[in-house]
Write a protein that binds this ligand. Structure first.
Ligand SMILES: Nc1nc2c(ncn2[C@@H]2O[C@H](COP(=O)(O)OP(=O)(O)OP(=O)(O)O)[C@@H](O)[C@H]2O)c(=O)[nH]1
Ligand SMILES: [Mg+2]
Length: 326
């Protein structure tokens, strides 16, 4: 049998219910989806598989091909590790920053794009996407037609919105292709899925990348939100059910951008917070502390922070949103 699930790209099989692509034998002739995609779409069941396609193999395949690449990352997850992955693609490519409708309204989009280009030394085009109508996919369609791109891989981080983009572009083009499965979970798409959007456009969906050096690999999330807090001297912020702490030695304002649930973020004063062995010195006002896997925190004032988060998960950069109060 050589049928492929339209929802996730896995090869359909009727022998092992616990493996990807399973479909009961009696359904094989009239269903386009595997059981997992069917359940995700119809019952909102949400389960990931833990055997994603090898990331190096994906990059190798793309680099041996001549097609254009659209690389998606949502603004929450921009980090050195992700940009390194983006740069490992040696093809003509676009960095597409997604879910931008959730950025603070005051962010100057042009300044933001030039900051990303300069800070991460990116020479490829960068575009922002997000919105209420088709999640802002029309701008991507315009980019593809303006640049005469007829075939492209859609690559990027898991949960960044790759499959959603293809479904949206199909709807914009009134195409009646079968929808690809989308979900809030990691690794929804299992294998490459080729979709003919129109006579002039073919897009290839791909399994999402998971960043290795991430503190929290559960990319499942609510939508990205910001939490603003005024911090007093020696106050401590607990993250992810008080598993991680940040203790501030001075007064500042901080804004946390994350897709973890609000109830998992608490602010408390600890006389002696446990094992805060790492130090981050914020030497410039408006600095971002990126905690890969959680999001990032903009710190408004110079302050020293002690934490139990290993610094290998942390990146310090100028605030990518700039001084919004300017
Ligand atoms: N706010 C917002 N959410 C979006 C946007 N695009 C996609 N999403 C949401 O992001 C989540 C992940 O979307 P998918 O399209 O399944 O992501 P993916 O990149 O294909 O994920 P994998 O298949 O796991 O690699 C879903 O909950 C989408 O509704 C957007 O522009 N804005
Ligand atoms: Mg997908």
């Amino acid at each position: 049998m050589n049928k492929i699930c339209y929802g996730c790209g896995a090869k359909l099989q009727c022998t092992d219910e616990l493996k990807i692509g399973y479909i009961p034998e009696k359904k094989i002739n009239d269903s386009k989806y595997c059981m997992r995609c069917f359940r995700m779409t119809h019952y909102g069941e949400n389960y990931s598989i833990d055997t994603p396609k090898d990331q190096k193999e994906i990059i190798r395949k793309i680099n041996n091909d001549s097609k254009f690449v659209i690389f998606l990352v949502d603004f929450l997850n921009i980090s050195e590790s992700v940009i390194k992955l983006f740069k490992s693609i040696k093809k003509k490519k676009l960095l597409l920053i997604n879910k931008c409708e959730l950025m603070p309204k005051s962010v100057n989009k042009e300044r933001f794009v030039s900051f990303i280009a300069n800070h991460y030394s990116i020479i490829d085009p960068i575009r922002l996407k997000g919105g209420t109508k088709f999640h802002g996919a029309k701008s991507v369609y315009n980019f593809l037609t303006e640049n005469n791109i007829k075939e492209a891989y859609i690559l990027g981080l898991s949960n960044s919105g790759k499959s959603t983009l293809i479904n949206d572009l199909a709807r914009i083009n009134d195409s009646n292709v079968t929808s690809i499965t989308v979900s809030k979970r990691a690794n929804t798409t299992i294998d490459f899925i080729r979709t003919k959007i129109s006579n002039d456009l073919v897009l290839i969906d791909s399994p999402g990348f998971i960043i290795d050096d991430s503190l929290n690999n559960d990319v499942t999330g609510k939508n990205i939100k910001e939490y603003s807090m005024n911090i007093k001297e020696c106050e401590t912020v607990g993250l992810l059910d008080n598993k991680y702490f940040l203790k501030f030695d001075g007064k500042t304002q901080m804004v946390l951008y994350t897709n973890s649930s609000a109830e998992r973020i608490v602010k408390k004063y600890y006389r002696a917070a446990p094992n805060l062995v790492y130090t981050i010195n914020v030497t410039k006002p408006n600095t971002d502390i990126v905690i890969r896997g959680i999001g990032f925190i903009t710190i408004k004032k110079c302050v020293n922070i002690t934490t139990n988060i290993d610094l290998k998960y942390i990146e310090v950069r100028d605030s990518m949103f700039g001084d919004k109060d300017e």
